[in-house]
Design a protein around this ligand. Structure first.
Ligand code: DAT
Ligand code: MG
Length: 166
């Protein structure tokens, strides 16, 4: 078994149905650690990049609207889990992509549904393999938003506008 990390997203339907607590509790069945967490308002750019492998799928536009929160709330809770066998153990708790085929006690089996437009509202996302996990974690989080330096970093000098409290 390898020490891995995985990106988990609680999607807008999960937030609107107040499932966050249940899902995080269920995740405590693993011994994985949360090393990053934030609420995100998903932009079209982020959504399209995240689901780039599905660009040609006929349900792509609906999928983008769903993750951007058009149907529920414009919020996603992004979590990074770290520990032994993280990817497989999370995918098992999450269940199959199609909520009607997912094991009934899995998160997707319990809480997911298929809409009349054919969208799989499957409540959560979980990385599929270590390569995807790295791509996704780097897409959703900056290095300083994680408590562990999971991947190599570099330092660059930049001038930016930053928001402070008045
Ligand atoms: P997963 O989220 O299990 O990794 P995926 O990466 O193949 O599955 O697809 C990403 C999301 O796209 C998935 O969570 C729900 C949606 N999706 C996938 N296949 C679908 C289909 N045949 N019909 C409708 N939505 C689908
Ligand atoms: Mg996937």
């Amino acid at each position: 078994m390898a020490v891995e990390q995985s990106l988990m997203l609680i999607k807008p339907d999960g937030l609107v149905k107040s499932l966050t607590g249940d899902i995080i509790s269920k995740m405590s069945e693993t011994e994985l650690k949360i090393v990053g967490a934030k609420v995100v308002q998903v932009t079209r750019e982020l959504a399209e990049e995240h689901y780039q492998h599905l660009r040609e799928a006929k349900f792509f536009d609906e999928l983008i609207k769903y993750i951007m929160g058009e149907y529920h709330t414009k919020r996603v809770l992004a979590l990074v889990y770290h520990g032994e066998d993280a990817i497989k153990s999370i995918r098992k708790i999450v269940g199959s992509t199609n909520p009607e085929k997912a094991e009934p006690t899995s998160i997707r089996g319990k809480y997911g549904r298929i809409t009349s437009a054919g969208v799989f509202e499957n409540v959560v996302h979980a990385s599929e393999n270590p390569k995807e996990a790295e791509r996704e974690i780097k897409l959703w989080f900056r290095p300083d938003e994680l408590v562990y330096t999971l991947y190599p970093t570099k330092i660059e000098k930049v001038t930016i506008d930053k928001v402070f409290w008045k």
